[in-house]
Design a protein around this ligand. Structure first.
Ligand code: SLL
Length: 291
């Protein structure tokens, strides 16, 4: 089996899952077809999505053939109905190794305030798909620049035409979709900015950690230096102690010498001079003088 080369890393592509619905009013066919709606998957900037193989829309079970597969873009379906429901959407990727993605989208027919309106109701959500270590050929499909495709640009207009809307209604829909898409694009922009800042703070955190490590090393070095200094001081003290003892021994030696009774004053002077070894010589000299 030939294993394809994989590109290491996580790669993101954003898609929009959305729906647009229009109240049919007098044009309604009974009570079960009060609204005409379309549901779709599209690129964030209306760009093509070459990494998608097919999209299956899972409608409410009250619809005939509720599972609708769309294999050619634009990935959309249009229907008429009477109620809102959670639309399931499964996105299949060109690379069969990539697990199909299951999404849910609330198919809105009414505006959030519930008031009946002739205005189309648009509902869109952004989904960020993360591909982990994709194969090289699949990576080539997901890395494509997200540039708007002319055909997809007119998507909204096409949807509106399909629904037999007036020019004014079509313009209204375009305005709505444009606004919606712009908001979603903004969300994406802020997400990217946030990610960038997150990267910066990670770098900062890492350099702080590095600095902490260096600080620890210096602290240890300082501790070692202080220990050595202390040892040196102790050695010096010990040496001084030895020297003092030596001097004491020397002066004792001197003091043990027989001192003539009449020269006691001279002997006292001698003892005062015996501070170190050099003084010892002096002492000897003094002794000589004494003797
Ligand atoms: C519920 N939210 O949970 C509703 C379900 C189903 C809407 C809404 C069928 C149209 C047709 C249709 O619009 N179903 O019969 O073709 O009860």
């Amino acid at each position: 089996m030939v294993t394809q080369k994989r590109i290491k890393g996580n790669f993101e592509r954003s898609i929009i899952v959305g729906s647009i619905s229009h109240w049919l009013g007098k044009k309604a066919d009974g009570h079960t077809h009060t609204h005409k709606w379309s549901a779709y998957i599209k690129g964030i900037n209306n760009e093509e999505l070459p990494f998608i193989k097919k999209v299956v829309f899972h409608l409410h079970s009250s619809f005939k053939n509720p599972n609708r597969a769309v294999e050619i873009p634009p990935y959309e379906i249009s229907e008429t109905g009477w109620g809102e429901f959670d639309l399931g959407v499964t996105v299949y990727f060109v690379d069969p190794n990539e697990k199909p993605l299951d999404l849910f989208h609330l198919l809105r027919l009414h505006p959030p305030d519930g008031v009946k309106t002739k205005q189309p109701v648009v509902s869109e959500t952004l989904d960020v798909i993360i591909f982990h270590d994709p194969t090289e050929s699949f990576y080539n499909l997901i890395k494509l620049p997200e540039k708007p495709a002319e055909a997809a640009k007119n998507h909204a207009l096409k949807l509106a035409q399909d629904q037999n809307l007036t020019l004014q209604e079509q313009a209204e829909i375009n305005k709505l979709i444009d606004g919606r898409t712009k908001t979603i694009a903004d969300v994406q922009k802020y997400r990217d900015m946030w990610k960038e800042k997150e990267g910066e703070s990670l770098q900062l955190y890492q350099s702080i950690q590095q600095m902490e490590k260096t600080k620890l090393i210096y602290q240890k070095k300082l501790e070692k230096y202080n220990q050595m200094k202390q040892q040196q001081q102790q050695q010096q003290q010990q040496q001084q102690q030895i020297d003092t003892n030596m001097t004491d021994v020397n002066s004792n030696v001197i003091n043990q010498q027989p001192i003539p009774m009449d020269l006691t004053t001279a002997a006292t002077t001698t003892t005062t001079n015996t501070n170190n070894t050099t003084a010892f010589t002096t002492t000897t000299n003094s002794n000589t003088v004494i003797i």
